[in-house]
Design a protein around this ligand. Structure first.
Ligand code: 2HG
Ligand code: ZN
Length: 440
């Protein structure tokens, strides 16, 4: 994003957990701050050095330790790239339980440390459920080996859960044991244009009802985001005349066990949507080939990169009740207009896309001519207050990093923050693990 600039004086690239431990012991003895870094694809400034801490990159630890094709349990070094893990287990007919646009660069240790969500969460759930164990180096250099390959282990405090989403503030995740689901026999997708936002929820209900167990993603793209994607060469997926003045779009994916059965269900769904008296959609298309399937996903997954081409983005990754999804986008746009900050001199686009099925909206606010303090002041804490008024979360899946430490209080009570601080104190009394991240 060009929003965060690191100040590290050196980057260390250990190859083994033992080396990580030695580095951490050395740093603890001299009270040197450490910023653990995976693929560096985060969006909240969590993996940058704020004050000359050293960067500890996990990228050279990239061995798959084991994969059991019977149980589907994969044990891998933290620095393994998500895509290479998918490629590793694909011949054994398994897939990773998470998938995200950054899959070609992000690393599994970073995914776990940030509790990355992504496109498959609707179907396979969060990493809090899929990760079976971790190996971590604690802030005094001790190696915590909890690399369990057991699905059931009910023996007291589940410490790995603390490291999932701790963003490297409690220790450095060096290895991960994770459950990989069997690869679906058939995958299909459907792309729909909706005349108005109010149709999204009834559509979601109908889609869930008709597709049942084969539904694997329900993604949302508003009109501004769709037009931007098309402008930058993604799509167009649908015929423009038929799209008409559609306000938004939905991508539905199915993953099932029998292509004929799944296609039949999708065709029936599409027909019933098209032929309804008051149709919920303007038009829609069911992918007819692997190429078209990929193109439909490319539009959704490519939005983040298109945003970069439009200018400098302010990114908000919020959870709000499904009914309030688009209201948040509209409220922010109206605010910028009313403050006279909308237009070439300020904000040029306000758009929403995201994982509707999980209640997660990616609100992107673009400043064509760059970041400016008065723009940020108009956006924050306004957006956090709006989200809190809807009882939402100020970070649904991207984490807190250094961007949202002061905003944490909008989603966590004082008591929760106090106890988070106590936990941090127990693990890292010297405050050398990713200082300045997560906690204010
Ligand atoms: C996605 O869902 C990512 O595409 C990135 O979480 C979101 O670009 C964004 O704001
Ligand atoms: Zn996302």
């Amino acid at each position: 994003m060009g929003k965060y600039f690191g100040h590290a004086t050196c980057v260390l690239r250990p190859r083994t957990t033992q080396q990580v431990s030695e580095i951490v012991k050395y740093c603890a003895s001299r009270r040197i701050g450490i910023v653990p870094q995976g693929g560096n694809t985060g969006m909240v400034g969590g993996s940058i050095s704020l004050r000359k801490e050293i960067v500890l990159s996990l990228g050279a630890m990239s061995n798959v330790r084991s994969f059991d094709p019977v149980s589907g349990i994969l044990v891998a070094d933290a620095g393994c790239i998500l895509q290479s893990l998918s490629d590793h287990i694909a011949p054994h007919k398994h897939i990773m339980p998470l998938d995200l646009g950054a899959k070609g660069s992000c690393q599994i240790g970073g995914n776990v440390s940030t509790n990355a969500g992504g496109l498959r969460l609707l179907r396979y759930g969060s990493l809090h459920g899929n990760v079976l164990g971790i190996e971590a180096v604690l802030p005094d250099g001790t190696i915590l080996d909890q690399l369990s390959v057991l699905r059931k282990d009910n023996t007291g405090y589940d410490m790995k859960q603390l490291f999932i989403g701790a963003e490297g503030t409690l220790g450095i995740v060096t290895g991960v044991s994770i459950m990989a689901p069997p690869a679906p026999q058939a995958s299909n997708n459907l792309f729909l244009a909706l005349p108005k936002f109010d149709n999204v929820l009834p559509l979601y209900q109908q889609v869930k009802g008709q597709l049942g167990e084969i539904l694997s993603a329900f993604e949302y793209i508003d009109r501004t985001a769709y037009d931007m994607g098309v402008k930058h060469g993604l799509g167009p997926i649908l015929n423009l005349d038929e799209v008409g003045d559609a306000e938004c779009f939905v991508l539905v994916e199915t993953s099932g066990g029998n292509n004929t059965h799944d296609e039949e269900k999708l065709n029936i769904l599409l027909e019933s949507l098209m032929s309804a008296d008051e149709s919920l959609i303007n038009t829609g298309v069911l992918s007819q080939s692997p190429g078209q399937f990929e193109n439909i996903w490319a539009l959704r997954e490519g939005l983040t990169e298109c945003v970069q081409k439009e200018g400098k983005p302010y990114k908000y990754d919020v959870s709000v009740p499904l009914t309030d999804f688009q209201k948040v986008v509209d409220q922010v746009r109206e605010r910028m207009i009313s403050k006279g900050l909308y237009g070439d001199h300020g904000i040029t686009k306000v758009m929403g896309y995201g994982h509707v099925g999980d209640g997660n909206l990616h609100l992107n606010v673009i400043a064509k001519n760059g970041y400016r303090p008065e723009l940020e002041e108009a956006l924050e804490p306004f957006i956090y207050e709006v989200v809190a008024s809807h009882k939402g979360s100020i970070s649904a899946e991207h984490g807190i990093g250094s961007m949202k430490t002061d905003a944490l209080r909008y989603s966590k009570s004082d008591v929760s923050i106090q106890w988070m601080k106590k936990i941090k104190q127990v693990f890292d009394p010297l405050n050398i693990m990713n200082p300045g991240k997560v906690l204010p």
